[in-house]
Design a protein around this ligand. Structure first.
Ligand code: C2E
Ligand code: CA
Ligand code: CA
Length: 560
């Protein structure tokens, strides 16, 4: 009896306890829920409560504000698949994040699962501004702001894709020639406008299905053709596109293009493809631009060699590796020594003597010619003054100028410095310029040449006949002497065309009162022909090769 009373009380107590516990839990849960709701109500950030199956149970005022109509479509659109997926993930982790984008809007969503309430809390954040900024940055990273064209990074991306898809085609590196000159003459802003016009002109001509144009650098563009059926034809079209002048503000700018192409093959890599197209393009530029070349293996070796050469050349002046040789210039009629041309040589520590034919173009391209030219000018003046100071008969030394030196703006100053510091008299110096140098910007050149000439320094026009200018046009330039190019001498007297040219040149020079030099005379027949035609001076192997200073001194002494 006692035991049954006890067990009944225990039962009652147990039931009461469980009922009590349950009631307390429900009350606590309700309070917790209310507390959460209250927090959410005041939360400035949008919060949604979703049932275990993803229905919206509650959305706080901030959500309404952010989403408006969007709320319904947001939940409906990402349900069932996407949201369901994130909800499932959220059940097993603390919380999970994902982004939802619709049109211009992006929401950053964080979901957490409240197991006790079997519901999800979804926190939303408007990430539209951040997304747009990211997109802008991505655009800037892959597009050129001035032209709107995709840039070199986009090119690399597209090329990798093309390789991946095993697509066939070619890449054309297109460089607008004369950028430096246009920059120097018209300034940076006009140059950029000119480049934008070029981009537009190229862009107009694209075949939208197979071609895409990129801005690769300041004056460089790349045209990707996937596929490319007629590379030569396409390059020719592009070259002719550049024929029309480009109007920038009040100026008509004339320019040409240099184009280098490389075939896209599966064995090449993005980097080497671009490099090879660039190296083909550089070859065109070195040869004067306005042309097209396809890359070949030999070129790559040549380019590497040129690169190494350029690096070594940096130190040539400082390391005292340059030397001058002197080639006699002789009176045609009497055989008497009249002067000498200073010709630079490079004594490379490993390769030995390197011809100027090899390193002068590299020096021109890298700008090292400025320092080299300054050294040559000074050394030629110094050596000549030194010879004269020993009592030798004064001779005139001829120094070659390069196009770049000519445009640098410091030339006149350098000439004056070289003469004053070495004490050489002005009439013992002659400067040789080429036809292409004076044709570049005739008005400026005339001004500069006149200043040099007024000082009493002789001026010679070198390599005459290879350009396209008429001698009558050259009357405007204050020159004293014309050197007919060796090309017209070397095959005489056999080649009658060359003989005719040599005759025409001397006739014209004489009517203009210019003296004449025949360069590259190697044989007695040639010497006699030049004598017959009346060339004033002879320079060539027939008399002497260019000689190191010590050897020239012997020649000098023997002919004084
Ligand atoms: P260039 O000014 O036309 O110089 C004449 C070149 O013809 C020299 O070659 C000379 O050695 C060569 N030559 C002279 N007579 C004969 C001949 O009878 N037969 C043959 N086969 N060749 C003859 P080099 O010294 O190799 O110079 C080549 C070019 O390098 C020069 O052509 C000039 O354009 C450039 N150069 C040389 N020194 C300088 C320099 O100090 N400054 C600049 N800017 N250029 C230079
Ligand atoms: Ca010369
Ligand atoms: Ca010459």
């Amino acid at each position: 009896m006692v035991s049954s009373v006890i067990s009944f009380s225990v039962l009652i107590f147990g039931v009461a306890f469980f009922v009590g516990y349950y009631v307390v839990t429900i009350i606590k849960e309700g309070a917790e829920r209310r507390r959460l709701a209250l927090f959410a109500e005041r939360d400035p950030n949008p919060v949604l409560r979703l049932s275990a199956t993803g229905e919206v149970r509650y959305a706080n005022p901030a959500t309404e504000k952010l989403l408006g109509q969007f709320r319904i479509s947001f939940v409906q659109q990402i349900l069932p698949a996407d949201l369901q997926f994130h909800l499932t993930v959220a059940r097993t982790t603390v919380n999970t994040q994902f982004e939802y984008t619709s049109g211009q809007h992006t929401l950053e969503c964080t979901v957490s699962y409240l197991a006790d309430f079997a519901e999800f809390h979804l926190y939303l954040k408007d990430a539209s501004a951040r997304k747009q900024a990211e997109a802008r940055l991505a655009y800037q990273a892959f597009y050129d702001a001035a032209t709107g064209l995709p840039n070199q990074y986009k090119l690399r991306e597209d090329l990798s894709l093309a390789f991946g898809q095993q697509r066939e085609g070619c890449a054309l590196m297109i460089v607008a020639d004369r950028e430096q000159e246009i920059l120097e003459s018209y300034g940076a802003a006009e140059t950029e406008k000119w480049l934008i016009r070029i981009a537009q002109r190229l862009g107009h001509e694209l075949d939208g299905d197979t071609e895409k144009l990129y801005r690769f650098g300041s004056n460089a563009f790349v045209l990707l053709c996937l596929p490319c059926h007629d590379l030569q034809g396409r390059a020719a079209q592009l070259l002719s596109l550049a024929q029309q002048p480009i109007q920038v503000e009040d100026y008509k700018l004339f320019s040409t293009l240099s184009i280098g192409a490389m075939l896209i093959r599966h064995e090449n890599m993005v980097e080497s493809l671009v490099q090879q197209a660039a190296s083909a393009c550089n070859r065109v530029r070195r040869a004067g631009g306005n042309d097209f070349a396809i890359y070949d293996e030999a070129m790559s070796h040549a380019a590497l060699k040129a690169l190494q050469l350029a690096a070594d050349l940096q130190h040539a002046v400082d390391n005292n590796e340059l030397r001058l040789q002197y080639q006699p210039k002789v009176d045609t009629a009497t055989g008497c020594l009249l002067g000498m041309e200073a010709l630079v040589r490079w004594i490379h520590p490993v390769r030995g003597m390197i011809s100027p034919v090899e390193f002068i173009p590299v020096a021109e391209e890298t700008g090292l010619i400025i320092g080299i030219g300054r050294w040559v000018l000074r050394e030629a003046c110094r050596q000549n003054a030194q010879w004269q100071s020993t009592g030798l008969r004064p001779l005139r030394v001829a120094v070659n100028l390069s196009a770049r030196q000519f445009r640098a703006g410091t030339l006149l100053n350098e000439i004056d410095t070289a003469l004053t510091e070495t004490g050489l008299s002005v009439d013992s110096l002659e400067l040789e310029v080429t036809e292409s140098m004076v044709m570049d910007d005739p008005e400026e050149v005339i001004k500069l040449l006149s200043k040099i000439h007024k000082r009493g320094i002789h001026l010679a026009l070198d390599d005459f006949g290879t350009g396209h200018s008429s001698l009558a046009y050259l009357k405007r330039f204050p020159i004293d002497c014309v050197k007919i190019d060796r090309a017209f001498i070397k095959d005489t007297p056999g080649n009658t065309d060359d003989v005719a040219i040599a005759k025409t040149i001397i006739a014209m020079a004489q009517t203009l009162g210019l003296s004449t030099v025949a360069e590259g005379v190697e044989t007695l027949e040639q010497l006699e022909l030049m004598q017959e035609m009346g060339y004033d001076q002879i320079q060539g192997y027939y008399y002497s090769r260019p000689l190191p200073a010590e050897d020239f001194l012997n020649y000098y002494l023997a002919h004084s």
